[in-house]
Design a protein around this ligand. Structure first.
Ligand SMILES: Nc1ncnc2c1ncn2[C@@H]1O[C@H](COP(=O)(O)OP(=O)(O)OP(=O)(O)O)[C@@H](O)[C@H]1O
Ligand SMILES: [Mg+2]
Length: 249
Protein backbone atom coordinates (compact mmCIF):
# COMPACT_ATOMS: atom_id res chain seq x y z
CA UNK A 1 0.00 0.00 0.00
CA UNK A 2 2.71 2.50 1.08
CA UNK A 3 6.31 2.10 -0.03
CA UNK A 4 8.95 4.56 1.16
CA UNK A 5 12.41 4.15 -0.35
CA UNK A 6 15.63 5.88 0.79
CA UNK A 7 13.73 9.01 1.78
CA UNK A 8 15.62 12.21 2.63
CA UNK A 9 13.73 15.32 3.81
CA UNK A 10 14.90 18.79 4.79
CA UNK A 11 13.01 21.58 6.49
CA UNK A 12 14.77 24.84 5.66
CA UNK A 13 18.47 24.10 6.13
CA UNK A 14 17.88 21.22 8.53
CA UNK A 15 18.15 17.62 7.33
CA UNK A 16 15.37 15.93 9.28
CA UNK A 17 14.82 12.57 7.54
CA UNK A 18 18.02 10.76 6.63
CA UNK A 19 17.30 7.68 4.54
CA UNK A 20 14.05 6.01 5.61
CA UNK A 21 12.79 2.76 4.10
CA UNK A 22 9.33 1.60 5.11
CA UNK A 23 6.75 -0.71 3.56
CA UNK A 24 3.21 -0.83 4.91
CA UNK A 25 0.86 -3.47 3.46
CA UNK A 26 -2.97 -3.54 3.61
CA UNK A 27 -4.22 -4.47 7.07
CA UNK A 28 -0.94 -3.74 8.85
CA UNK A 29 -0.45 -1.59 11.92
CA UNK A 30 2.95 0.07 12.22
CA UNK A 31 4.16 2.00 15.24
CA UNK A 32 6.93 4.58 15.30
CA UNK A 33 8.53 5.62 18.57
CA UNK A 34 11.57 7.84 18.95
CA UNK A 35 13.03 10.68 21.02
CA UNK A 36 11.70 14.24 20.67
CA UNK A 37 12.92 15.84 17.47
CA UNK A 38 13.84 12.55 15.79
CA UNK A 39 11.62 13.31 12.77
CA UNK A 40 8.37 11.43 13.48
CA UNK A 41 5.95 14.29 12.77
CA UNK A 42 8.04 15.32 9.78
CA UNK A 43 7.63 11.83 8.31
CA UNK A 44 3.86 12.08 8.86
CA UNK A 45 3.78 15.54 7.25
CA UNK A 46 5.78 14.53 4.23
CA UNK A 47 3.43 11.60 3.53
CA UNK A 48 0.45 13.95 3.84
CA UNK A 49 2.16 16.51 1.60
CA UNK A 50 3.00 19.47 3.84
CA UNK A 51 4.83 21.95 1.66
CA UNK A 52 7.57 22.99 4.14
CA UNK A 53 8.99 19.47 3.93
CA UNK A 54 11.42 19.35 1.02
CA UNK A 55 12.10 15.85 -0.29
CA UNK A 56 15.76 15.84 -1.31
CA UNK A 57 16.03 12.14 -2.14
CA UNK A 58 14.10 8.89 -2.43
CA UNK A 59 10.44 8.22 -3.11
CA UNK A 60 7.03 7.59 -1.55
CA UNK A 61 4.51 5.47 -3.44
CA UNK A 62 0.93 4.92 -2.28
CA UNK A 63 -1.22 2.45 -4.22
CA UNK A 64 1.49 2.49 -6.89
CA UNK A 65 1.16 6.27 -7.31
CA UNK A 66 4.12 8.57 -6.77
CA UNK A 67 2.95 10.88 -3.97
CA UNK A 68 5.48 13.55 -4.95
CA UNK A 69 3.29 14.33 -7.97
CA UNK A 70 0.13 14.76 -5.88
CA UNK A 71 -1.26 17.65 -3.80
CA UNK A 72 -2.31 17.09 -0.15
CA UNK A 73 -5.97 17.02 -1.33
CA UNK A 74 -5.25 14.41 -3.98
CA UNK A 75 -3.46 12.31 -1.35
CA UNK A 76 -6.45 12.49 0.96
CA UNK A 77 -8.73 11.54 -1.94
CA UNK A 78 -6.61 8.41 -2.39
CA UNK A 79 -7.40 7.49 1.23
CA UNK A 80 -4.58 8.97 3.30
CA UNK A 81 -5.63 10.50 6.61
CA UNK A 82 -3.36 12.41 9.02
CA UNK A 83 -4.39 13.21 12.55
CA UNK A 84 -2.21 16.10 13.73
CA UNK A 85 -0.16 16.21 16.93
CA UNK A 86 -1.63 19.67 17.47
CA UNK A 87 -4.97 19.88 15.64
CA UNK A 88 -5.40 23.17 13.81
CA UNK A 89 -8.29 25.47 14.69
CA UNK A 90 -10.49 26.67 11.86
CA UNK A 91 -13.15 29.12 12.96
CA UNK A 92 -16.52 29.49 11.32
CA UNK A 93 -16.73 26.06 9.67
CA UNK A 94 -19.17 23.71 11.42
CA UNK A 95 -17.66 20.24 11.80
CA UNK A 96 -20.50 18.58 9.90
CA UNK A 97 -19.92 20.84 6.85
CA UNK A 98 -16.25 20.06 6.85
CA UNK A 99 -16.99 16.32 7.05
CA UNK A 100 -19.63 16.52 4.28
CA UNK A 101 -17.18 18.32 2.01
CA UNK A 102 -14.41 15.84 2.76
CA UNK A 103 -16.57 12.74 2.28
CA UNK A 104 -18.02 13.97 -0.99
CA UNK A 105 -14.67 15.14 -2.36
CA UNK A 106 -13.29 11.64 -1.74
CA UNK A 107 -16.37 10.02 -3.32
CA UNK A 108 -16.15 12.34 -6.32
CA UNK A 109 -12.46 11.47 -6.81
CA UNK A 110 -13.50 7.79 -6.84
CA UNK A 111 -16.27 8.49 -9.37
CA UNK A 112 -19.00 7.80 -6.79
CA UNK A 113 -22.26 9.73 -6.22
CA UNK A 114 -22.62 12.30 -3.42
CA UNK A 115 -23.58 10.87 -0.06
CA UNK A 116 -26.93 12.32 1.01
CA UNK A 117 -26.85 14.86 3.85
CA UNK A 118 -29.29 12.77 5.90
CA UNK A 119 -27.12 9.67 5.54
CA UNK A 120 -24.05 11.62 6.61
CA UNK A 121 -25.98 12.91 9.62
CA UNK A 122 -27.11 9.42 10.64
CA UNK A 123 -23.57 8.10 10.33
CA UNK A 124 -22.25 11.12 12.29
CA UNK A 125 -24.71 10.50 15.12
CA UNK A 126 -23.70 6.83 15.38
CA UNK A 127 -20.01 7.57 15.42
CA UNK A 128 -20.25 10.49 17.84
CA UNK A 129 -22.21 8.48 20.38
CA UNK A 130 -19.55 5.75 20.09
CA UNK A 131 -16.94 8.40 20.94
CA UNK A 132 -19.03 9.89 23.78
CA UNK A 133 -19.11 13.27 22.05
CA UNK A 134 -21.97 15.66 22.85
CA UNK A 135 -24.89 15.35 20.43
CA UNK A 136 -24.63 18.87 19.05
CA UNK A 137 -20.87 19.15 18.69
CA UNK A 138 -21.07 18.61 14.92
CA UNK A 139 -22.71 22.03 14.55
CA UNK A 140 -19.88 23.79 16.35
CA UNK A 141 -16.89 25.21 14.44
CA UNK A 142 -14.09 22.83 13.76
CA UNK A 143 -11.83 22.67 16.80
CA UNK A 144 -12.99 26.05 18.05
CA UNK A 145 -13.27 26.13 21.82
CA UNK A 146 -13.01 22.39 22.35
CA UNK A 147 -10.87 20.95 25.14
CA UNK A 148 -7.58 19.24 24.26
CA UNK A 149 -9.05 15.75 24.62
CA UNK A 150 -12.20 16.73 22.71
CA UNK A 151 -10.07 17.95 19.79
CA UNK A 152 -8.36 14.57 19.66
CA UNK A 153 -11.74 12.79 19.80
CA UNK A 154 -12.90 14.94 16.90
CA UNK A 155 -9.85 13.86 14.90
CA UNK A 156 -10.85 10.24 15.57
CA UNK A 157 -14.45 11.10 14.67
CA UNK A 158 -13.25 12.45 11.31
CA UNK A 159 -11.22 9.31 10.77
CA UNK A 160 -14.25 7.10 11.47
CA UNK A 161 -16.43 9.18 9.14
CA UNK A 162 -13.91 9.06 6.28
CA UNK A 163 -12.91 5.41 6.79
CA UNK A 164 -9.46 6.01 5.25
CA UNK A 165 -7.36 3.29 3.66
CA UNK A 166 -4.32 4.56 5.53
CA UNK A 167 -4.37 6.60 8.73
CA UNK A 168 -1.44 8.28 10.40
CA UNK A 169 -2.09 9.06 14.06
CA UNK A 170 0.52 11.46 15.42
CA UNK A 171 0.46 11.30 19.23
CA UNK A 172 -3.29 10.90 19.22
CA UNK A 173 -3.03 9.29 22.67
CA UNK A 174 -1.48 12.27 24.44
CA UNK A 175 -4.26 14.14 26.19
CA UNK A 176 -6.90 11.45 25.75
CA UNK A 177 -8.55 9.97 28.84
CA UNK A 178 -8.34 6.23 29.53
CA UNK A 179 -11.79 5.47 28.08
CA UNK A 180 -11.02 7.40 24.89
CA UNK A 181 -7.72 5.54 24.47
CA UNK A 182 -9.59 2.21 24.61
CA UNK A 183 -12.04 3.48 22.00
CA UNK A 184 -9.23 4.59 19.67
CA UNK A 185 -7.61 1.16 20.08
CA UNK A 186 -10.93 -0.45 19.08
CA UNK A 187 -11.14 1.78 16.01
CA UNK A 188 -7.59 0.79 14.99
CA UNK A 189 -8.38 -2.94 15.46
CA UNK A 190 -11.54 -2.46 13.40
CA UNK A 191 -9.66 -0.70 10.58
CA UNK A 192 -7.20 -3.60 10.47
CA UNK A 193 -10.03 -6.12 10.15
CA UNK A 194 -11.18 -4.21 7.06
CA UNK A 195 -7.64 -4.41 5.64
CA UNK A 196 -7.02 -0.71 6.22
CA UNK A 197 -3.61 0.29 7.56
CA UNK A 198 -2.54 2.55 10.40
CA UNK A 199 0.71 4.24 11.32
CA UNK A 200 0.77 5.15 15.01
CA UNK A 201 3.28 7.68 16.29
CA UNK A 202 3.51 7.60 20.06
CA UNK A 203 5.75 8.02 23.10
CA UNK A 204 3.92 5.56 25.35
CA UNK A 205 2.72 1.97 25.55
CA UNK A 206 -0.74 2.88 26.84
CA UNK A 207 -2.54 2.93 23.48
CA UNK A 208 -0.49 -0.01 22.20
CA UNK A 209 -1.47 -2.12 25.23
CA UNK A 210 -5.15 -1.61 24.37
CA UNK A 211 -4.73 -2.79 20.77
CA UNK A 212 -5.58 -6.49 20.36
CA UNK A 213 -3.93 -6.87 16.94
CA UNK A 214 -0.26 -7.45 16.24
CA UNK A 215 1.79 -4.52 15.12
CA UNK A 216 5.20 -3.80 13.65
CA UNK A 217 7.29 -1.43 15.69
CA UNK A 218 10.07 0.92 14.52
CA UNK A 219 12.44 3.19 16.40
CA UNK A 220 13.23 6.47 14.68
CA UNK A 221 16.47 8.12 15.71
CA UNK A 222 18.08 11.12 14.00
CA UNK A 223 15.76 10.76 11.02
CA UNK A 224 16.49 7.06 10.48
CA UNK A 225 14.75 3.83 11.39
CA UNK A 226 17.45 2.23 13.53
CA UNK A 227 15.52 -0.79 14.78
CA UNK A 228 12.32 -2.64 13.92
CA UNK A 229 10.54 -5.37 15.85
CA UNK A 230 7.27 -6.32 17.54
CA UNK A 231 5.42 -5.62 20.80
CA UNK A 232 8.50 -6.71 22.78
CA UNK A 233 10.50 -3.79 21.39
CA UNK A 234 7.90 -1.30 22.69
CA UNK A 235 8.12 -2.94 26.12
CA UNK A 236 11.92 -2.75 26.07
CA UNK A 237 11.79 0.97 25.26
CA UNK A 238 9.35 1.64 28.06
CA UNK A 239 11.66 -0.13 30.50
CA UNK A 240 15.02 1.11 29.30
CA UNK A 241 14.39 4.40 27.47
CA UNK A 242 16.54 5.41 24.49
CA UNK A 243 20.04 5.30 26.01
CA UNK A 244 20.84 1.88 24.53
CA UNK A 245 19.77 3.11 21.10
CA UNK A 246 22.04 6.16 21.39
CA UNK A 247 24.94 3.88 22.38
CA UNK A 248 24.62 1.60 19.36
CA UNK A 249 24.26 4.52 16.90
N1 LIG B 1 9.42 24.41 10.42
C1 LIG B 1 10.58 23.99 10.98
N2 LIG B 1 11.68 24.80 11.00
C2 LIG B 1 12.85 24.38 11.52
N3 LIG B 1 13.04 23.16 12.07
C3 LIG B 1 11.99 22.34 12.08
C4 LIG B 1 10.70 22.70 11.55
N4 LIG B 1 9.87 21.66 11.70
C5 LIG B 1 10.58 20.69 12.31
N5 LIG B 1 11.85 21.10 12.55
C6 LIG B 1 12.91 20.34 13.23
O1 LIG B 1 12.94 19.03 12.71
C7 LIG B 1 13.25 18.11 13.75
C8 LIG B 1 12.22 17.00 13.74
O2 LIG B 1 10.96 17.51 14.15
P1 LIG B 1 9.68 16.59 14.31
O3 LIG B 1 8.56 17.47 14.64
O4 LIG B 1 9.58 15.73 13.11
O5 LIG B 1 10.10 15.70 15.56
P2 LIG B 1 9.26 14.57 16.34
O6 LIG B 1 10.05 13.31 16.24
O7 LIG B 1 7.87 14.56 15.87
O8 LIG B 1 9.37 15.08 17.85
P3 LIG B 1 8.28 15.04 19.05
O9 LIG B 1 8.44 13.69 19.69
O10 LIG B 1 8.77 16.11 19.97
O11 LIG B 1 6.94 15.31 18.49
C9 LIG B 1 13.29 18.90 15.04
O12 LIG B 1 14.63 19.12 15.40
C10 LIG B 1 12.59 20.19 14.70
O13 LIG B 1 13.11 21.28 15.45
MG1 LIG C 1 6.09 15.06 16.71
Amino acid sequence: MLIIKELYVSIGEKKVINGINLKISPGEIHVIMGPNGSGKSTLASVIAGKKECKVTGGSIYFLNKNLMNLSPEERSHLGIFLSFQNPIEIRGMPIINFIKTSINAIRKAKGMDHMLAKDILTKAKNKSSFLNLEKDFIYRSLNDGFSGGEKKRIEIFQMMMLNPLFSILDEVDSGLDIDAIRIVAKVIDHLKKNMNSTLIITHYNRLLDSIDSDYIMHILYNGKIVKSGNKKLAKKLEKEGYDWIKKIN
